[in-house]
Ligand binder design. Sequence first.
Ligand SMILES: [Zn+2]
Length: 497
Amino acid sequence: MARTNDFESFLIKNGFIWGPEPEIYGGLAGFYTYGPLGTLLKRNVENTIRNEFKVQDFFEIESPFIAPKEVWEGSGHLLGFVDKVVICKKCKRSFRIDKLAEEKGISVKELLKRIKENKVKCPNCNGALGSKVESFNLMIKTEVGGREAFNRPETATMTYLPFKRYYDFFRKKLPIKVFQIGRAYRNEISPRQNVLRGREFTQAEGQIFITKELEYSERFKSKLKEFKSVKGVFWPAEFQEKAQKEKLMNYQEVSKYTEKPAYVYYLFLTYKLFERLGFPQDKLRIRQHKDDERAHYAVDAWDFEVKTSLGWIECCGVHDRGDYDLKRHSKYSNENLVILDENGNNVHPQILEIAFGVDRPIYCLLDIFYKVETVNGESRAVLKLPKQLTPIKLAVFPLVKKDGIAELANKIYQTLKKAKLEVYYDEVASIGRRYRRVDEKGIPFVITIDYQTKEDQTVTLRDKDSMKQIRIKISDIEKTVNELISGALKFSQINKH
Ligand SMILES: [Zn+2]
C-alpha cells in the first residue's frame, strides 16, 4: 500500500520533508532534509517529549555520535545488530531474506530451498541469487585516529556508558533518570517510505536505572494510581498467539501480562505522552513482543504502533532491558559498573527504557491529519494537526496592499513576532487563495487587517477548522491566540467586539 503522490507533493511543497538528499546530486536513499515547517514541527514534537521527561525528573544529556569498535562489542551490536541477507551473484546487491520471504508469501526456510533450486531470482536484475546466508551489519563504519569506529545505531548505548558519573552526580540515589535526544545511524539495506525507514534519524530515549526491589516497590504501585482513569488499546503476546484481537485496557488489566509495577508505570506514562502529541486513541495500539521477536537485550518489550494509510507503524518501544547492558559493559570495559542495592549487595542496575523515534511520529501525524475535504463544492487541502504542535500559529494578512493597510498589517506582524508567537505574513494573491495556502500549512488562525482596522483598531480572526470569523481588538491578538492554542479558550467563546 502506497500513499498517493498527492501526499508526497504536499510534504515537499509546504516545506515539511525534502529528499532523498542531496537531491541535486541524485540523492542517497534514506537521508532527508526537514524544510522550514518540518523543522518547526520537529522541534515542537521533541519539546513535547523533552518537557514530559523533565516533569518526570529526567535530566537531559548529550553524548558523542561516534564510538570505537570496543563499545559495540560490549553492547552486542557488532555481532548481533545484523540483517540476514542473500547476495545476487550478478549485480552483487543484498536482499533481506525475511523481506524476500514476506514478499513471496513463504517461510524463510522455503525461500532458501527455492533459492538453492534456482527458482527465486534477483528482484533487481533477474540474475541468480547466492544460496549462502550472510550477516549484514547495520552499523555505519568509520575510522578515527587509526581506530575502527562506528556511528551510533541508537542513543541508548551511548547514554549508558557514563553510568559511574551519574551515580556520583545523583548521589547514589536510584532510580536515576536521564534522556538524550539526537541522531542515530543505520545502514538499512533498502531504505524506503520517506523518513519512516531512514539511514539517519532522530531518537528521543529515556533511560531509568533502577533496582529490582524498586521495580516491584509499593512506591510504583501507588504511583500507578495516577493513571486510574486512563485506558489504551493493548495487545499482549498471549493474545497474538491465540489470534485474539487487541483490547482496551487499564493498568490493572495490563499488569496481568507484565508484572513489574515500575515497567507498567512507564508504559502508561508513554501512553499519556502519545495523547499529548495528539494521537487519537483509535489510531494507537501497544503491542507486546512475542518471545521470538524480542531483541537480544530485552526481558520484555511493548511497541507503540500508529495506524496510518501505510498500515501500522512502530513509533516507540518501551523495553525492560534487565541488567544486560551494564553487565556487558562492565565485562568489556573492565570497569565495575555496579551499585549497592537495598540489601547491601553489589549489583548491576536494571534498565527500563522509553525509546522514541522522532521522525516516525512526525510522518504519522502528517499522514493522519492531512485531509482533502469538499467545502461548498470546492476541494480544500487542510492540515488539522493538534494546535500546540503546529509549526506556525498565526498568519497575518492585509486585505489589500493600498491605503496604508499593508503597512499597518506589517507593523502588527513585527510586534507579534517579538512576542515569540510563530507568525507568517502573506500579502500576495486574493484572500481566498491565501486562506488555501495557510490551510495546507496547518496554520490554525489568520488575522486580516482591513479598512475598519484603521477606524476601530480591530481585525478579523479566522479559525482554520471551522472557517468562522470574528472581530477582535489588536491589543487582544496575542492573548487570544495563545489561549486558543493552549486550549484554555474555544473559538466559539471569544467575546464579540
Ligand atoms: Zn541482481
